[in-house]
Write a protein that binds this ligand. Structure first.
Ligand SMILES: *[C@@H]1O[C@H](CO)[C@@H](O)[C@H](O)[C@H]1NC(C)=O
Ligand SMILES: *[C@@H]1O[C@H](CO)[C@@H](O)[C@H](O)[C@H]1NC(C)=O
Ligand SMILES: *[C@@H]1O[C@H](CO)[C@@H](O)[C@H](O)[C@H]1NC(C)=O
Length: 467
């Protein structure tokens, strides 16, 4: 075997050199160019220039080894070609390569390919996202324990949990005094309460659909209050009506925080004092715009802010807000007067709800949470093949549009105050007397006033068009 001793000797020598020098890209500058004799062909050990206390080479032999000991300007000056690129440093992450310092987003997190003590690694922010694959599969693989199924919603994908809690809910937690509000005393025969009840079947055409808060406006306080008021008003007058949550959002600004949340009792007091105009007069835009309806206590009529479908509208008022004490009272009130409003404590899992009977009890108590306002429209019970038990539930309307949950609704365990949903349930009776007086005065034809939009589908479509 022929051994190339020269190469071995040089390699050993080089190894020591390489320990000492690492030619960084900023070591540009004339080296070979400064040699009077210039570059050398073949191997010439003396064909070198001092660099950083050692030597670099300008002979062709310098290119033979993997550890490049050529002078930084060897390629450009001697060979007239650009220096070969530095070894490209990359991170491999979830099936693809990222360059050193490359930033990218994974779900809601900002990540970067970094040099961590000589190892290339991807570092990501640590905050929680609303949608996490592990959470979804944990819920769906343990559906026996959970009793409901989770899914991925594209509007929540890539969003941080703190954004979800701040921008998709919107019920400010009221003062103890409000929460302790004395509940209404109801007298009824408990046997008269059916096993199941759905307002949509009891009052067909009079119950508002699952509304969409749309976008980043935490206004469940306005949306659910207007919906409960609409339902109850419609049930009382037997005419469908959709009152404008935008009226509340824009005009009930005192001590409320618009798209950052509001108090439910204050919203009800506002409707009692000033009334609401119909949705068709003041469409939902999911932003706190300037108030366009005069705020006067005695006023019975208002201009329609949009000037259509008619130039004027009655202001729809409600009676005083009241609180309901327990499961049976809530049921009795729904079946006699219509849907009610409830406050609910929300943690991340709820955003992912797809179907089934939801409950909070499996969530760890240290979870980050927020408060949401929802509308209970009925109840029922069914044998759940998931939990292998009879599940009693409330039927509840959320305000995240019809593609969320069970067509915009969800079911939640009833009778065990799940997610605090039974601890602050309120409503008010419609108070049609003002409007009736107006009609009886003969000055007005109600048919020209009644809201044409029975649900908010057209409002949402309109919003989409304007985007
Ligand atoms: C390195 O030198 C050899 C000759 O010694 C030559 O064949 C080869 O092309 C050179 N490589 C580069 C990248 O110039
Ligand atoms: C969720 O949906 C989005 C698109 O809507 C998709 O990009 C993402 O990969 C999905 N995530 C999971 C965990 O399924
Ligand atoms: C919602 O309104 C649209 C248009 O006004 C109507 O076509 C549709 O039937 C309504 N849906 C419900 C459930 O009332």
């Amino acid at each position: 075997m022929k051994v190339d001793w020269r190469a071995i000797v040089v390699t050993v020598g080089l190894w020591i050199c390489v320990q000492a020098i690492k030619y960084a890209p900023d070591l540009e500058g004339p080296y070979c160019e400064t040699r009077p004799k210039g570059c050398c062909p073949g191997r010439q050990d003396g064909c070198s220039v001092p660099i950083l206390g050692t030597l670099c080479y300008c002979d062709d032999f310098c290119n033979r080894t993997s550890n490049d000991d050529c002078c930084p300007d060897f390629w450009s000056h001697c060979k007239g070609i650009p220096r070969p690129p530095e070894e490209v440093r990359t991170c491999y992450f979830q099936g693809r390569y990222y360059l050193h310092r490359e930033k990218f987003k994974v779900n809601c997190k900002e990540c970067e390919c970094q040099d961590v003590g000589g190892r290339m690694d991807v570092l990501c922010e640590t905050q929680e996202c609303i949608v996490e694959e592990e959470v979804i599969s944990q819920i769906n693989q343990n559906s026996r324990e959970f009793g409901w199924r989770a899914g991925n919603y594209s509007e929540f994908w890539g969003r941080r949990l703190d954004e979800g809690l701040a921008k998709r809910l919107g019920n400010l937690h009221s003062k103890k005094k409000v929460l302790k509000m004395e509940p209404l005393k109801l007298m009824y025969d408990a046997d008269s309460i059916p096993r199941s009840f759905d307002s949509r079947n009891e009052w067909p055409g009079l119950i508002t659909g699952p509304i969409d808060q749309t976008g980043d406006c935490a206004a469940s306080w306005a949306v659910s209050t207007a919906a409960v008021a609409s339902d109850r008003y419609a049930i009382m007058t037997k005419r469908p009506i959709t009152l404008a949550p935008q009226h509340l959002l824009s005009c009930n600004s005192k001590s409320q925080q618009g798209c950052n949340g509001g108090h439910l009792t204050r919203a009800w007091i506002f409707i009692r004092k000033f009334g609401l105009v119909p949705e068709s007069c003041y469409s939902w835009v999911a932003a706190q715009t300037e108030c366009r309806v005069p705020k006067k206590k005695k006023l019975q009529m208002s201009k329609c802010p949009q000037g259509r479908p008619s130039p004027f509208t009655p202001l729809y008022r409600v009676g005083p807000v009241y609180k309901l004490k327990n499961e049976k009272d809530i049921m009795f009130d729904i079946m006699t007067s219509g849907p009610v409003q409830a406050t609910m404590k929300i943690s991340r899992e709820f955003f992912l709800y797809k179907t089934g009977v939801y409950h909070c009890s499996s969530a760890p108590s240290n979870k980050r949470t927020g408060y949401h306002a929802v509308r209970i429209i009925g109840w029922g019970s069914e044998f759940s093949p998931l939990t292998n038990r009879e599940e009693r539930f409330w039927i509840v309307s959320n305000s995240w549009g019809p593609s969320w949950g069970e067509r915009g609704y969800f079911r939640i365990r009833r009778g065990s105050n799940e997610c605090e949903i039974e601890s602050f349930v309120i409503a008010a009776w419609g108070s049609p007397s003002d409007v009736n007086n107006l009609i009886n005065s003969g000055k007005y034809n109600i048919d020209s006033l009644v809201d044409q939009a029975h649900n908010m589908t057209d409002v949402r479509n309109d919003l989409m068009r304007r985007k």
